[in-house]
Design a binder for this molecule. Structure first.
Ligand code: SF4
Ligand code: MG
Length: 327
């Protein structure tokens, strides 16, 4: 499978008067054609900032991509003009967010909001766009499509709005869909329906998907490949079954331990002790060292690199470095 998107050594930082927050600090990842890659980690680990960097949505002067490359279908997105990027964003890459209300215009009818990208990017006439919008509303599993097209966002439930966002996102047949916590705000039943729907679309269209989530249940259901982020870095990645069966990085092990197991009574859910490091206080250490039960001297002074630790599995942890004397 060919790489559709290939991010290398991405660094996206945010600047204030005196401080620099290294939200994404040397992240490399790829999504191949037809593949679903889940990016997991606690909030604030840089998942969303990675997605916003791909979409060209990091606003200067507050934030800036300060290093690395983002190659999409052979072109470096970071070198494109705003117009070129807008075209790619309309046609080839689309994104859905956790809060559909924040992306929809409250004073425009649903139908108009679905029609707009179709007229701009696919050059459909108003009439064609309207017909396509109705089709799309039906495709995302909403009945009475005509009536819904003539409604305003506030008249619909959260689950319906997220379906509408998906309709807009898939309307131009994107090669890549980036979904940032798309079901986090929804109740479990609706969440399952939306995930099913995304999986269906993916299957039918061979679309690739980058799914950002903190929910390992979602990962287990959706991912082909998993990238685990911690404090702006990738700490582990691998094929989904391998990563679940045999997580290598102590952080991934902790995340998996804290996942509720369906149909199994657990008296108390494990939670990883401690907190993510203050982004202003990052030193040349393993960022997880304060919370790690296996911490060694070297972990406090030197950062481990991401390396192959098993077939189709990489981790950044000194435990897998043969030259390190394990104590
Ligand atoms: Fe733990 Fe050290 Fe591995 Fe970091 S490098 S996860 S502190 S063992
Ligand atoms: Mg986020």
């Amino acid at each position: 499978m060919k790489d559709l998107i290939k991010i290398d050594h991405l660094r996206t930082h945010f600047f204030s008067d005196k401080n620099v927050i290294k939200a994404v600090n040397d992240v490399s990842l790829r999504v191949r054609e037809g593949e679903t890659v889940c990016v997991v980690g606690e909030s604030g680990c840089g998942k969303s900032v990675t997605a916003m960097s791909i979409m060209g949505l990091i606003e200067e002067p507050g934030g800036k991509v300060v290093g690395g490359s983002i190659e999409f279908d052979g072109r470096d997105l970071l070198k494109l003009s705003k117009n070129e990027l807008r075209t790619i964003r309309g046609n080839d890459i689309s994104m859905i967010f956790q809060e559909p209300m924040s992306s929809l215009n409250p004073v425009l009818k649903i139908g108009q909001q679905i029609m707009e990208p179709l007229m701009v990017h696919q050059k459909l006439s108003k009439k064609e766009a309207r017909a396509r919008a109705i089709e799309l509303i039906e495709q995302v599993g909403i009945s009475r499509a005509e009536q819904i097209a003539d409604s305003y966002p506030h008249e619909l439930s959260g689950g319906m709005l997220q379906r509408i966002m998906i309709a807009i996102a898939i309307s131009c047949g994107p090669k890549l869909l980036i979904a940032d916590e798309p079901t986090t705000a929804l109740d479990v039943t609706i969440q399952a329906q939306i995930l099913d729907m995304l999986r269906e679309f993916k299957k039918k269209s061979n679309m690739s998907m980058m799914l950002i989530t903190h929910d390992l249940g979602v990962v287990a259901e959706m991912a082909d490949y998993v990238v685990v982020m911690y404090a702006g870095k990738v700490v582990e990645e691998g094929e989904v079954v391998k990563l679940f069966e045999s997580p290598k990085h102590p952080y991934t092990q902790g995340l998996l331990k804290s996942k509720p197991i369906i149909n199994q009574r657990q008296d108390e859910l494990y939670s990883i002790p401690g907190q993510v490091p203050n982004p202003l206080d990052l030193t040349e250490s393993c960022y997880f060292h304060d919370r790690c039960a296996h911490c060694m001297d070297i972990c406090r002074t030197k950062q481990p690199a991401l390396k192959e630790v098993a077939d189709q599995q990489k981790a950044a942890c000194w435990l897998y470095e043969e030259a390190v004397v394990h104590v």
